[in-house]
Each structure stands twice: as structure tokens, then as C-alpha cells.
Design a protein around this ligand. Structure first.
Ligand code: FES
Length: 198
């Protein structure tokens, strides 16, 4: 038993290496090893999907939940906020989300499954700060024509209300959309794709 504990790191390394180098036969052979280094309950919890009710998030509000130690921004976007999206396209680096920063089912104008709900990893794509939610459509010190979105306090990158980055900012890409799906109309689960999604 003591041997097993001491050996976990090496087994894990060997299993990963072997699976990466080998083919199907090698993967099958690796199964006993995989079973021998089951992650702890804590590790499982850190990687597990997160289920969140949306009921208490008012229109225009943001809720932040943790998933895999990452801040997940959930925003209940208003029709006014959504109406800004097409207008902003000329000011953005990647308005059509062509860079793979989202699952295929969120590669659309709102970068979401349901237009109203933004579910996004709240990490700036420059150096990883957590941007501030600046949801109101009103002049801001950093932009007199601000249309609502996210502002990174570290080096001043601007993102729109779908997490798309403005041109001429330090951040190179849109913020990332995680895998997620709706369990019902008011409950979202982060970390799992919708049924049938690739
Ligand atoms: S980390 Fe956000 S702009 Fe640098």
C-alpha cells in the first residue's frame, strides 16, 4: 500500500506518456494504471461540473461562480445590452468569434446558447487578470461612448458584453466560453456540453 502511494506520481506520468505516444492497444493496457491513481475527492470536486440556479440574477446583473478555480461570469443580459452587439463589430478584433475561444454551439452573435445568458470564463486574455463588469451603457472615464461590457483594471483591455475584445488593446483574444448547458430554463451546468454537442 505504501508503495502505491509513493509510486502514484510515476505511474501517472508513465500512463500519460504511454497513452500520448501509443495507439489503441496501449490505451487499453493503461486502464489498470488509471484505476490505480484515482484522484482524491477534493481533486474531483475541483474539476467537477458546477450547477447554478439563475433565478436570483436580475436583468443586467452579473454573478460570479467558481469552476476549476476559475471565475465564471454569468450575466443576465438585457435587450438593451444585446442590441449593442452588432453595432460594435467594427471596433472589435474578432467580432465573429473565428478564433476558437468558445465551443461551436456558442460561436454566434451573442456567444451563448441563449442570448439572454452570458456564461464565460472571466479571465483577461492578456495576462490573466479578472476584468470588472461594467454593464451599464453610459460614458466611462476610459470610454465616453461605452456600450457596456468588461474592463480589465490591469492594463485596460476593453471587452463588450459578449466578452469580445476591442481593437488596439493589450488583450489579443476574446474571453473564453466554457462548456456548459441548461438543465432547465433557470439552471445552468458549467463544465458539460449540451447533449449531442460535439
Ligand atoms: S491582464 Fe488584462 S489587460 Fe493585461
Amino acid at each position: 500500500m505504501a508503495d502505491e502511494v509513493v509510486d502514484h506520481g510515476r505511474r501517472r506520468f508513465l500512463t500519460v506518456t504511454t497513452a500520448a505516444v501509443g495507439g489503441i492497444g496501449v490505451v487499453a493496457a493503461a486502464v489498470p494504471f488509471v484505476e490505480s491513481w484515482q484522484p482524491s475527492a477534493r481533486a474531483r470536486a475541483a474539476g467537477a461540473p458546477v450547477t447554478q440556479s439563475l433565478k436570483k440574477i436580475e436583468p443586467g446583473q452579473q454573478l460570479i461562480v467558481a469552476w476549476r478555480s476559475l471565475p465564471i461570469f454569468i450575466v443576465n443580459r438585457t435587450p438593451q445590452q444585446l442590441a449593442t452587439l452588432p453595432k460594435l463589430n467594427p471596433r472589435l478584433v474578432d467580432p465573429n468569434s473565428d478564433v476558437g475561444q468558445q465551443p461551436a454551439y456558442a460561436k454566434n452573435e451573442t456567444r451563448s446558447i441563449k442570448p439572454q445568458w452570458l456564461v464565460m470564463i472571466g479571465i483577461c486574455t492578456h495576462l490573466g487578470c479578472v476584468p470588472d463588469y461594467k454593464g451599464k451603457i453610459e460614458p466611462e472615464p476610459f470610454d465616453p461612448n461605452w456600450q457596456g461590457g468588461f474592463y480589465c483594471p490591469c492594463h485596460h483591455s476593453h471587452y463588450d458584453i459578449a466578452g469580445r475584445v476591442y481593437k488596439n488593446m493589450p488583450a489579443p483574444k476574446n474571453m473564453e466560453i466554457p462548456a456548459y448547458h441548461f438543465i432547465d430554463d433557470t439552471t445552468v451546468q458549467i463544465g458539460v456540453d449540451p447533449k449531442g454537442a460535439a
